[in-house]
Design a binder for this molecule. Structure first.
Ligand SMILES: [Fe+2]
Ligand SMILES: [Fe+2]
Length: 257
């Protein structure tokens, strides 16, 4: 990941400029997100951190120096470069590139480019639904719909287009795993919908193998994004849209409140 960030933003060229970080001179404590502390044996540090509060200890609010600084008006590709995990970054670009090289239209390419955006830097659980919501105000309705339903379609084969139940899912969940009822229902809804194939194509280009030395420059998608993603001039997170808070959560994932 480091090499990717360095490539895009060489030292001294941080997009957010050289402004000082907030809460200067104090230790900025980070409280993990509650959802990351549930059920995994992690100790919830909230009481201990609250007990440490004094003139020198505060909870972090605003830019975290441990993260690459985001520009004031972040674009979609800024999130790709500065916030997404390395796996999500590569996975989404590869998926979009495969769709593009196969000759699909821009809606399909966009759906592939954005399909796992939620697991990129926000939440894995129900990622199709979160991802569809994140991009909903900025893309064609069909693109958001396809992203929402790809989560369910991944569990169900479609021999007519050569899609089999993923080997990766046998490894991830065990060969006897059965998806829950709401996923089955979502699959049925999608199967009977006129946009079914848009979502199905996401599952076809949803490939988790990367070649050594593989590299796709995200700039390759700048024109397609320009035509298919209504990038707000205020930046993602600051346009007052119903999902702006979700983008801000990725900009400042360590804010206490
Ligand atoms: Fe996915
Ligand atoms: Fe995926």
């Amino acid at each position: 990941m480091t090499s990717r960030l360095n490539e895009t933003h060489p030292a001294g060229a941080a997009p957010g400029g050289d402004e000082p970080y907030p809460q200067a001179g104090r230790e900025r404590m980070i409280m993990p997100q509650p959802i990351a502390l549930l059920g995994n044996g992690a100790t919830n540090p909230e009481k201990e951190l609250l007990a440490r509060l004094d003139a020198r200890h505060v909870f972090m609010m605003g830019d975290n120096p441990a993260l690459p600084r985001m520009p004031k008006a972040p674009t979609l590709l800024d999130f790709f470069r500065l916030r997404f995990s390395d796996i999500a970054f590569r996975h989404l670009l590869q998926s979009a590139k495969l769709a593009l090289d196969a000759g699909h239209g821009e809606k399909v390419v966009m759906a592939c480019l954005l399909h796992d955006i939620s697991n990129g830097a926000l939440l894995r659980t129900d990622h199709g639904y979160w991802g569809a919501q994140l991009v909903g105000p900025y893309v064609d309705e069909e693109v958001a719909w396809a992203i929402r339903y790809h989560q369910a379609l991944r569990y169900f084969a479609d021999e007519s287009v050569g899609f089999k139940y993923p080997d990766a899912y046998n490894a991830f969940f065990g060969p006897d795993y059965q998806p829950p009822e709401y996923i089955r229902k979502a699959y049925e809804e999608a199967r009977n919908h006129r946009w079914y194939m848009t979502s199905r194509l996401i599952t076809i280009y949803d490939v988790y193998s990367f070649q050594d030395g593989w590299h796709i420059d995200p700039e390759e998608f700048t024109d397609i994004i320009g035509r298919n993603f209504r990038q707000p001039k205020e930046g993602l997170g600051f346009d007052g849209s119903p999902v702006a808070h979700m983008w801000r959560t990725m900009i400042w994932p360590n804010n206490f409140l």
